[in-house]
Design a protein around this ligand. Structure first.
Ligand code: URA
Length: 210
């Protein structure tokens, strides 16, 4: 498998992922657990943020202590399911900016069609973490990354919840410079582009639609 792939197999994530996979999990619980998983995945996605040092005083003494150097961050939600991860990421880094990319999958060709694109300025100075719970065919994620690069992004990571081997291979071929962080690498795609065993349509699970 691609060497750009990181599978976060923390027991809490794996436990919560089982709740998300379970078709009996109600919408409100699904949304809450997805938020919690996003928080932990966000820790992994930001684990190489550069640290500087500041001098502070504890109640007891002066100390030079680590402090983020202040690389600007931007989370980019691939609509609509990406929104299910954004709150958890903002719990982790409240000051991050948020962009949105609207792409839908043509159900016949499975190609990604763009209908919305809005991101903060200076993307070239930011760590851009694009998020979508499902990396299935890879078409949507590839199109989103293309758009972000066209808009100036140079330092991009892709955070998802469940990935299919087909999507990982296609995405990492198209964007070998973009690390993929996921909670699981599932077995395969079915004939209509759903991940098996997967968790169903992530957008429908988040919003209670069908
Ligand atoms: N998108 C989803 O929401 N689920 C899948 O299984 C594949 C793509």
């Amino acid at each position: 498998m691609a060497d750009t792939l990181t599978i976060v197999d923390h027991p809490l994530i794996q436990h919560k992922l089982t709740i998300l996979r379970n078709k009996e999990t109600p919408t409100a619980h699904f949304r809450q657990v997805l938020r919690e998983v996003a928080f932990v995945l966000g820790c992994e996605a930001t684990k190489d943020l550069a640290l500087g040092e500041v001098t502070i005083e504890t109640p007891l003494e002066k100390v030079n202590a680590p402090y983020l150097e202040g690389k600007k961050l931007c989370f980019v939600s691939i609509l609509r399911a990406g929104n299910g991860l954004i709150e958890g990421l903002l719990d982790l880094i409240p000051s991050a900016r948020v962009g949105h990319v609207g792409l839908y999958r043509d159900h016949e060709t499975l190609e990604a069609i763009e209908y919305y694109f809005k991101t903060p300025d200076k993307l070239n100075e930011r760590l851009v973490i694009m998020v979508d719970p499902m990396l299935a065919t890879g078409n949507t994620a590839i199109a989103a990354a293309n758009k972000l690069k066209d808009a100036g992004a140079r330092d991009i990571k892709f955070l998802c919840l469940v990935a299919a081997p087909e999507g990982v291979e296609k995405f990492s071929k198209a964007h070998p410079d973009i690390p993929i962080i996921t909670a699981a690498l599932d077995r395969e795609l079915n004939e209509i582009g759903y991940i098996l065993p997967g968790l169903g349509d992530a957008g429908d699970r988040i919003y209670g639609t069908k």
